[in-house]
Design a protein around this ligand. Structure first.
Ligand code: GLC
Length: 434
């Protein structure tokens, strides 16, 4: 393990900070940001939460607005959708007409068209961090959002918590769209009758960096499946062939509950229900532990089988607040196997693909979560290595969507909001200094 952070110097740090701010402003559509123009022209759930974290460095008011817009899209049942389609954009597929969620959000004016699935619930965690930057002004904004975070977490616990771990109903919910974690569950059904469609992602980005057609057919089939059931959670839970317990969801919810409980203390709100959720999730995390890989792993709830995946999500337990160090040998092996930490998938696995999205590349946002958790758990060297590599990647190759873990080559979309955001909030040597 080595610390390879380039010594950037004040001028370079300032230039990178300025560039990160420029990207965030560039992607600001007024009240919300898009992940990047072209490839992702709408508001994505967890991207927005990271964006708030970045905005907090230079415009805390704007950070709160980002979270408020995100949470205003919450459905009456508590779910916060993974995409909000504020303004039509033909450059993205599948758009609102494919999701067909009209009427699902619940009554009320100003409802925004949205997808029918969710994403990792990091919003309360970043709201808590935004509040830490400016507690005096932040508390009122946090207080106003508190009931929405509570309802979102309760929705996860009530509808998705099976044996304590959090289930996804679609790979897109995990935020790690084509991770090998879902391969077995995806191979378990045929995407019959999905019909013709035209992808748009491959017109923005090299197809080698994107999911395959076999994956895409199944993504759409699962959307059509839930749409036919009126996006009814109980029907989807009972009938869908795809239901997988996911470490990202489980650990981000665990952490978000801990952060929400801190908020409850400050705001004088009751904590008891939240504490019960944390205990349930801690017990659930154990069902994700795979003794064969020595790491937390996705588990197919239809078959009971682990995926056998060592991914970047396998090392989010510390972010979730777990204290045990059982995953340390697996982490050391993965860190030794890649030039740049943290590859999204085990470089020693035949399924590793260093360019293809969540099957190998390094993602700055996952590095931020994993490294922050490790630092808190006392894994100082590992945390520092991951942060140093993130600095090196961004300083050398810019604010890309993701990076090749061996060469560092930037991949996917460019001028990416969440890469800029984690630079400002965490990776930049200037972060945390004021
Ligand atoms: C991709 C990523 C997902 C992200 C979205 C927008 O779908 O897999 O995690 O939220 O792009 O950036």
């Amino acid at each position: 393990m080595r610390d390879m952070a380039p010594d950037l110097g004040q001028e370079k740090i300032q230039a990178l900070d300025a560039e990160a701010q420029r990207i965030m402003k560039l992607n600001d559509r007024g009240g919300y940001t898009v992940p990047t123009a072209g490839l992702y022209p709408y508001q994505w759930n967890w991207d927005s939460a990271f964006a708030a974290f970045g905005f907090a460095r230079f415009d805390p008011g704007r950070a709160w607005t980002e979270l408020e817009t995100l949470m205003a899209g919450q459905w009456a049942n508590g779910m916060v959708p993974h995409i909000q389609f504020h303004r039509a954009d033909p450059g993205y597929f599948p758009g609102p007409e494919v999701w067909g969620t009209e009427g699902c959000a619940g009554k009320g004016p100003g409802r925004v068209a949205s997808s029918g699935i969710t994403q990792p619930p990091v919003a309360a965690s970043f709201a808590w961090r935004v509040c830490q930057r400016d507690p005096v002004a932040g508390e009122a904004r946090l207080k106003a959002l508190f009931p929405r975070f509570l309802a979102m977490h309760r929705w996860f616990i009530d509808t998705r918590c099976e044996s304590g771990a959090v289930a996804i109903t679609h790979p897109w919910e995990s935020g790690r769209d084509n991770a090998p974690d879902w391969d077995d569950a995806m191979a378990g059904f045929e995407p019959d009758g999905v019909g013709p469609y035209t992808r748009r992602d491959t017109s923005h980005v090299d197809a080698r960096m994107r999911p395959t057609k076999a994956d895409y057919d199944r993504y759409l089939w699962l959307v059509q499946f839930a749409r036919k059931r009126g996006w009814d959670e109980a029907a989807v839970a009972a009938e869908s062939p795809f239901r997988v317990a996911d470490p990202t969801m489980t650990f981000t919810l665990m952490r978000a509950c801990r952060d929400l409980r801190k908020a409850a203390r400050v705001l004088g709100e009751p904590e008891g229900e939240i504490t019960g959720w944390i205990e349930r999730l801690e017990a659930g995390a154990e069902t994700l532990w795979n003794p064969e890989t020595g790491a937390h792993d996705a588990r197919d709830l239809r078959t009971g089988q682990h995926a056998g995946s060592v991914s970047n999500a396998s090392f989010l337990g510390w972010w979730g607040g777990l204290e045990d160090r059982r995953a340390l040998p697996a982490l050391t092996r993965i860190l030794d196997a890649a030039k740049y930490a943290l590859p999204s998938f085990d470089p020693q696995s035949p399924k590793h693909d260093r360019l293809r999205y969540w099957r190998g590349p390094v993602w700055g946002v996952m590095n931020m979560l994993a490294s922050t958790g490790m630092a808190e758990a006392g894994l100082t060297a590992e945390a520092a290595r991951i942060r140093a590599d993130t600095i090196a990647l961004i300083a050398r190759h810019g604010f890309a969507e993701y990076f090749d873990p061996q060469e560092g080559t930037p991949a996917g979309g460019g001028a990416f909001t969440w890469t800029a955001a984690i630079w400002l909030g965490w990776a930049s040597p200037s972060a945390g200094k004021e």
